[in-house]
Design a protein around this ligand. Sequence first.
Ligand code: CDP
Length: 206
Amino acid sequence: MIIAVDGPAASGKGTLARRLAAHYGLNYLDTGSLYRAVGVAVERSGASPSNTDAALAAARGLEIEDFDDDQLRADGAGEAASIIAADPQVREIMLDFQRRIASSPPGAVLDGRDIGTVVCPDAEVKLFVTADIEVRARRRHAELCAAGVKPSLETVLDDLRRRDERDAGRAVAPLKPAADAYLLDTTKLDIEAAFQAAVEYIDGKI
Ligand code: CDP
């Protein structure tokens, strides 16, 4: 079974997807970490994330250990990821790896932006996780503060807004719900309630 979990930044899709993978005994892939790893590699090389040649070289040179880097969740990595993720050739390189994980037994939960629309259009289950942007900003702000980074709430809100606009506005694989996705709005749901709602939907579907 393949479960696609898409949604905008800080919607809670990563935590939900991880719990669903454990619950159904499936592999888990945070596809954002692939784009974050490319973004971080480009910045480390001294190039700008908008430099297509540098982004392509970094994408081709990715190693499995690169996904395990603390810097991937650091401030700025999401922004760099979103810039390189708009490049169709970078996305093409990421596609194979994601599909290989998805098709490995016993199946997988993948979270990202284009899993239900592009990476796994035939996934048995597709969820699109959303929440009001203020709520998402508060969640991401709390996460960053807990990690020792103390940005203002306003900065976090601006970052999310800019990234969502870029992700939804790009020509290739934009952030959008698949036509057959189940919309899960977590604005008023904590993680436990969101998990229960998702399980109820998935159990009814399979
Ligand atoms: O955790 P958060 O929702 O903030 O971001 P993420 O899922 O780690 O993704 C970081 C960035 O990678 C996004 O803003 C997208 O631009 C890009 N991404 C993508 O284009 N396609 C995916 N399947 C996953 C992430």
